[in-house]
Structures are given as C-alpha cells and as structure tokens.
Design a protein around this ligand. Structure first.
Ligand code: 0X9
Ligand code: CA
Ligand code: CA
Ligand code: CA
Ligand code: ZN
Length: 419
C-alpha cells in the first residue's frame, strides 16, 4: 500500500536526482563494503526451514517468507553461490535503489527523511523517556544498562508503583531495536512506555503497573540505528557499528555459534562476532538481565524482543528444529505454544517456533530461556510481506496502528508473568 505512494514520489522526483547526487555523496561518507547497499533482493520459491537455513549459511539473509517463497537479501557473490547450490533465485530489486526511493529526495542530516519524522531518532527517544519520567515520577524511572560500542547510553525505563523500590513483583522486559534498521520496534517500546504511564488512571492499567515491574529498552543498538538514518538517506543497516558490524542477535552466549545459524564472516549480515558477548550492547543486556537475579531467583519472568518484519510470534529454541531438547521439556514447549498462540490470536500474527523460520544460534531468545528460563518471545512486527528492504521502512502513518495492535499480546504476557 505505501510502496505506491513512495513510488509516485520517486517518479516525480526523478528529474531532480542529478542535482541531488553530489549532495548525497557528500553526506553519506565512509562507504561500507559490507552494507546492504551492495546487495539485491531476490525471491526463492519452495523453501522450508531447512533450506532457508542453508540460504542464510552463505551470509545472505532471509527477510520474509510467503507460502514458501523466501525474500532474500544477498550480495552478487552470495547469489552466485546459492545458484550454484541449485536455488532458483529471481532478482527483484537492487537494495541501494530501493533505499534511495524509500528515503525520498529531501535530506535531513542526522534525522529521518521529512516524510518519516514520526519516527523517534535516538535523541528524541531519550527526550521522550525523560518527559515520561518528569510527567510520572512516581511510576517511571530511567537508568542506563551500559554503553554502546561508540559510547552511547542504552537507556532502560522502569514502570511500576513505588518505582524507586525493588519490590517483590513479577518483572517483565520489553526490548527493541537490536537490529538497526528495524525502527518501528523503537516506536513499539515507546508506545508501551506511554501506555502504562499516561493511562495510569485506567483501573486495568493501574492493576498491571501496581503488580508488575516493567522494564522497557527502546534501543538496544543506538550506534546502528543512528548510522542507519544520519546521512538523511536510509542505509539498510542491521548490525552494530563495531568494525564491520556484529549481528547482535547472533552474539548472545547460549550455544553461541553452535549450529550453522550464524556466520563467521565479518562481512555477513549475520556475523556472530569474535566471541560470545563480544558486542558491548549484548554484554550490557546480559549484565542487566543477570542483575535481575535476586536471592538466586531471576525476577524477569517474561520478555518480548521486538523485531521487524513478517508479523510472527516466535518462541525458543532457534538453534534446533526439535521442540523438546536439552533445556526444553514437552510441558515447557507446550506452554510457549499455548501463550504464543494466544498472543497471535490477539494481534493476527502467525505463531511458530523460531527455528520454523530458520535456524539461529546466539539469539536473544535462546539465552533468555536457556540461561534464565524467561518466558521469552520474539515478535516480528508489521508488515507481513514487505517486498524486500521496503519492509523495514514503513511510513510513519502506520506507527499508531501497528504498535497499538500489540496491546492485547503485551497484556497477555504481563498476565502470564504472574502465573
Ligand atoms: O534473524 C533474526 O535475528 C530475526 N529476524 S530479523 O529479520 N528481525 O533479523 C529472527 C530471530 C528469531 N530466531 C530464529 N528465527 N531462529
Ligand atoms: Ca509520513
Ligand atoms: Ca512496584
Ligand atoms: Ca523486583
Ligand atoms: Zn531483527
């Protein structure tokens, strides 16, 4: 729906491109050899979780799946490797061209394009949390879980009654924007923060806030998300900004690198890093979650790690196709499937085990459950299908609808945290 609007803008602006090209060149400095910019979007028919894992193993990245047809981001070399392995790739779009169209023609250096000003950049996110705390000091408190590779704070907002005290209430974690280009997730976390503070007079909201301790981390990957927008043109950036970038969602320390679900090639989109927790951002997440073990008991009972896109509710494990394995009993699996199904029933997403999409190792879910027995889900937000890189850049007009869409699911998880 939004692509037609964008296309019209791009066509109308085509005449100006010659004029704008030198300006872009001057603002988008330091070309990164490994960026999505050098890739194209391909479709691959008849895939399953096994073959999608094979596709990812080349360093390419499956972005979405529809009736077995995978949409894949790949460099020319990766595409060649996949064709040699027998995959029938059809090239759809060049990522660089798509990003240029999505960004429109006007540049706002350091910020989202003019049409997408409804998205919060890093500074605006921090300002929003500060405003929330100043408006609701009794139930909201901001702190930092640590700093990013480039030294930026990773803020966390706590929401609860008696917020300054560590009370004996089930704790629930919502974290967003591990992947830089998945900006809609930051809006999701900010929506959660606003909903449970601005509506505290609503008895149902008050009941939750008074009986839970809610942690919200809107931006796990500050450097990457800033980099993605700072030139004024979207970069399609996924990883953090350490060297050629580490995929934070392959860097967590549960069976890190075990199972062909991440790459050891620093150029790959799913590069797992030099060691588990080698990224400061994942190390900060680990330290924060570890710090919630009080008296030998992990206080965080449930969590959602928000991503885009595909409209999926995913549960562990990601490193194996098996439902029941070391660290997951049938009863535990069934609980995940039941709650995942209930949440999906409320937001219209598709529920599945995360490995049904493809195998990953070192992702957040596997560690949160494997290490801490946190009832941890990954949500892949709107859109269901994005045609490629476009899926990461929906127009800001959808923010309200697509964040509120998860209110019911968030409430279900908050309830389950007390079960
Ligand atoms: O690959 C990822 O890290 C997540 N998808 S995304 O498109 N946002 O990058 C999915 C992680 C969930 N785990 C598995 N699918 N195994
Ligand atoms: Ca807009
Ligand atoms: Ca409390
Ligand atoms: Ca507590
Ligand atoms: Zn993601």
């Amino acid at each position: 729906m939004f692509s037609s609007r964008r296309r019209a803008v791009a066509v109308a602006a085509a005449a100006c491109l010659v004029l704008l090209a030198p300006i872009q060149a001057s603002v988008s400095a330091e070309p990164t050899a490994t960026a999505a910019q050098d890739s194209a979007i391909y479709t691959v028919p008849n895939t399953d979780s096994q073959t999608r894992t094979e596709i990812n193993r080349t360093g390419a990245q499956v972005l979405s799946v529809s009736a077995g047809v995978a949409t894949v981001e790949a460099t020319a070399a990766q595409a060649e490797q996949l064709r040699a392995a027998g995959f029938a790739l059809r090239e759809e779009t060049k990522v660089a061209e798509a990003l240029q169209q999505l960004s429109g023609t006007e540049r706002v250096p350091g910020d989202f394009p003019p049409d997408d000003q409804g998205f919060h950049n890093y500074d605006e996110m921090v300002a929003e949390l500060d405003a929330t705390v100043s408006e609701h000091p009794d139930i909201a408190a901001k702190s930092s879980i640590g700093t990013s590779f480039e030294g930026r704070d990773i803020p966390v907002l706590k929401i609860s009654d008696n917020v300054a005290q560590d009370e004996d209430e089930p704790e629930v974690l919502f974290n967003c924007n591990q992947h830089a280009r998945e900006h809609l997730t930051t809006e999701m976390c900010l929506h959660i923060a606003q909903r449970f503070t601005d509506n505290y007079t609503d008895p149902a909201i008050k009941d939750v806030v008074d009986n839970r301790e809610i942690w919200v981390i809107p931006v796990v990957n500050p450097d990457g998300s800033i980099y993605d927008v700072e030139s004024g043109q979207y970069q399609g950036w996924r990883k953090n900004r350490q060297d050629t970038g580490t995929d934070l969602n392959r860097n967590w320390g549960y069976l890190w690198g075990c199972c062909g679900g991440s790459s050891d090639n620093p150029d790959a989109e799913t590069y797992r890093g030099t060691a588990e927790w080698s990224a400061p951002e994942t190390a900060a997440m680990r330290d924060f979650i570890d710090s919630r073990v009080v008296g030998g008991t992990q206080q965080i009972k449930a969590a959602i790690d928000f991503h885009t896109y595909s409209e999926l509710v995913l549960w562990p494990f990601g490193h194996t196709f098996d439902d029941v394995t070391d660290g997951m009993t049938q009863e535990e699996y069934d609980r995940f499937a039941r709650i995942g199904g209930e949440m999906a029933g409320s937001n219209g997403y598709t529920p599945q085990q995360s490995s049904d999409l493809y195998i990953t190792d070192g992702d957040s879910l596997d560690w949160m459950w494997g290490q801490h027995r946190i009832l941890a889900f990954t949500f892949e937000m709107y859109p269901a299908e994005g045609g490629g890189i476009d899926g990461f850049y929906p127009p800001d007009e959808v923010i309200q609808q697509e964040t509120a869409r998860n209110d019911g699911a968030v409430d279900i998880l908050l309830r389950e945290a007390g079960a």
